[in-house]
Design a protein around this ligand. Structure first.
Ligand code: NI
Length: 138
């Protein structure tokens, strides 16, 4: 583990009160932990903006009965095979499937994969959770 460094932060009282409220709502144990998380969130956003190597998860909801949707999801996944680490398919009910696609690679490629999957006709909902390979966030 890296060496811990302490530093002082000056804030206006109302801003600090709002921060403490946020800390309680989000269930952080202390201000330091909340601040570390905020900093890392910014660093991860920068990794994506700058087109670095990133990791993320794409979730899709689709009706597997809809014409061609399954084949299109598969075709797209084969096309982006280099950035896909793993996929999980869950049958939510008779119609709906939840698919989770874990991806790692250049930000642009992972974003393209998410866009390609989300835009398939029959995919009802899709999200991209933008995360990090963890190497550059301390
Ligand atoms: Ni299914």
């Amino acid at each position: 583990m890296s060496e811990l460094v302490r530093f002082g932060v000056s804030l206006e009282k109302p801003l600090l009160e709002r921060f403490d409220l946020l800390i309680r709502e989000r269930q952080y144990t202390n201000r330091s932990e909340a601040l570390r998380d905020l900093i890392r969130r910014e660093l991860v956003q920068r990794e994506w903006r700058e087109g670095r190597d990133v990791a993320g998860a794409i979730t899709l909801i689709y009706d597997h009965h809809k014409r061609d949707v399954l084949a299109r999801v598969m075709d797209t996944q084969h096309e982006f095979q280099k950035v896909i680490i793993s996929t999980q398919h869950i049958h939510l009910d008779h119609h709906n499937c939840l698919e989770i696609v874990a991806a790692r690679g250049k930000a642009e490629e992972v974003q393209k994969l998410a866009d390609a999957l989300r835009s398939i006709k029959g995919v009802r909902h899709g999200t991209l959770s933008m995360s990090s390979t963890g190497k550059e966030i301390g």
